[in-house]
Design a protein around this ligand. Structure first.
Ligand code: KIV
Ligand code: NA
Length: 268
């Protein structure tokens, strides 16, 4: 089970083998996804919602993501582990970006970092890549700029939207990103980017023609509360399973059905 490397991403695009990614925030889920053969695990700042209970990803800090990244990295034997750079950890300049990217690699054992933005963060991407750290770019809808974008709005629509998406994709490729996440854009726009750039495109709600697909695992497994976006397919109903188990446990304890003799220790 050889480690997935960034060169495998390039090869996958060349050979039209689709890439798979899931988010992960802890050791146990990472072990399972790694064992199942998922190519990369993103320790997303979506942890702000799924782990920490914030409304948005904006409050998430490097300090909060560091131990989660370390746990996922300890679990992953094959998958490439990508640390998501949180809001406020890279925008101010290349030096800050490199400093924080280095921390994820050095202190948490990540294999790559991700940061949001196209043209506007090309300098940061270049600086990090020059230091030997692989960068996964992220364009289209970028949740950290929710307020700047005017809400949860689909990107890449219309001629102008597509032009911006293409400019962003070219800029991150030029800056040295090994792949680019495209979030919440029309399938045709993502397909155009996929044809235009040499690096693999990873869809999060960007249609079937990208070179890979990524989902937030808690949405994908039916573990999230509230409504999930249109693009999510739920592959399990973990939330309902856990709820049913908790109710059954409660009933068993109250009725005395648990613990049963097989759960007890005897005198020896
Ligand atoms: O934080 C995250 O989970 C993400 C992906 C869904 C792209 O950035
Ligand atoms: Na993110």
């Amino acid at each position: 089970r050889a480690r997935i490397r960034v060169r495998h991403f390039a090869r996958a695009k060349r050979e039209s083998i689709r890439i798979t990614g899931l988010t992960s925030y802890d050791y146990l889920s990472a072990k399972i996804f790694d064992d199942a053969g998922i190519d990369f695990l993103l320790v997303g700042d979506s942890a702000g919602n799924t782990v920490f209970g914030y409304d948005t990803t904006l409050p998430v800090t490097v300090e909060e993501l560091m131990p989660l990244t370390a746990a996922v990295a300890r679990a992953a034997e094959r998958a490439l582990v990508v640390a998501d750079m949180p809001f406020g950890s890279y925008e101010a300049g290349s030096q800050e970006a490199l400093h924080n990217a280095t921390r994820f690699m050095k202190e948490a054992g990540a294999h790559a970092v991700k940061l949001e933005g196209g043209e506007r963060v090309a300098k940061q991407i270049r600086r990090i890549v020059d230091a030997g750290i692989p960068v996964l770019a992220h364009i289209g809808y970028t949740p950290q700029s929710e307020h700047g974008l005017g809400g949860h709005v689909i990107q890449g629509r219309g001629g102008e939207g597509l032009e911006q998406l293409l400019r962003d994709a070219r800029a991150v490729e030029e800056a040295g990103a090994f792949a680019v996440v495209i979030e919440m854009v029309p399938s045709d726009a993502a397909a155009a980017v996929t044809r235009e750039v040499g690096i693999p495109t990873i869809s999060v709600g960007a249609g079937p023609e990208c070179d890979g697909q990524l989902l937030v695992w808690t949405d994908w497994a039916g573990f999230s509360t509230g409504r999930t976006p249109r693009f999510v397919k739920q592959y399990a109903q973990i939330g309902q399973t856990l709820r049913d188990a908790a109710v059954e446990f409660q009933n068993d304890v109250r009725s005395g059905a648990y613990p049963a003799p097989e759960h007890e220790y005897d005198q020896g």
